[in-house]
Design a protein around this ligand. Sequence first.
Ligand SMILES: Cc1ncc(COP(=O)(O)O)c(C=O)c1O
Length: 302
Amino acid sequence: MLTPLPAPIQQINSAIAHRANVELSVLRLDLMHPLVNGNKWFKLKYNLLEAKQKNFTTLLTFGGAYSNHIFATAAAGNLLGFRTIGVIRGEEKLPLNPTLSFAVQQGMQLVYLNRETYRQRNTPQLQQDLQQRFGEVFVIPEGGSNLNGIRGCTEIICEAAEFDTVCVACGTGTTLAGIVLSLHPKQRAIAFPILKNGEFLRQEIEILLKNTPKPNSFPASWELVCNYHFGGYAKVNDELLLFSQQFQQEHGIPLDYVYTAKMFYGVMDLLQQGFFPPGDRLLLIHTGGLQGNIGMKERSHF
Ligand SMILES: Cc1ncc(COP(=O)(O)O)c(C=O)c1O
């Protein structure tokens, strides 16, 4: 069913890391489950448990047309016997792209909201309208980004991982917040926003951290590295594509172009600049998202 495999840790043998005297390993969350994997597994875990405990039979959530979260929620709902409704940003485009046709195959009902209405998705008014239209539904916010999502992400780092610095791609910062809350005070986290002008996330992440009950009273330090967005969300260029292909050939690890490729590129670039202190042990989190590569190929014609 939805029981995940433990995420393996893969050592990376890289000349660049070797020259920088830094150890590199990857936590392969992408391998935990064929359909519900990456950070999505963790963001959904406590949302699904709460929905079951409260006897909801329907999950309703939000996302863009290529959303990893829509894909994972549709699959998880199907595996666990929930009805699912996906509220999609923008107009319906037929034929459906690979993400949305997968969601429909899993039994998800799709509902489209124009971009302006979609922006109201977290307001009580729109939530009430949706409840009126669909009855009693358990609402999971876009991306699984709520307290349950953060709580799940505190479980990403497995006990066995030995490292000083953890690196992760960052969209909303929910995954980063969970990770930071689970680190030892001497460890640190570095997040790579994939949105342009990602500096705004600093404040949002501070708020997430402030509002989440802390398992650890001395939270670890964290920082944002904002210059590896490649033009913004879902933007790619030839350099990034070539990097991903070469990385996969050399290390056998596929990367998604929207999130992990940008973070891995950033880490390799920073290694060459001497950003990490000698002796640093880096743990790179592979947050999954590989389903998006199929749609990305369609979108960008590469
Ligand atoms: C594959 C992948 N990696 C990283 C992220 C970034 O996660 P967050 O929004 O929690 O920062 C996402 C979005 O959820 C994602 O789908």
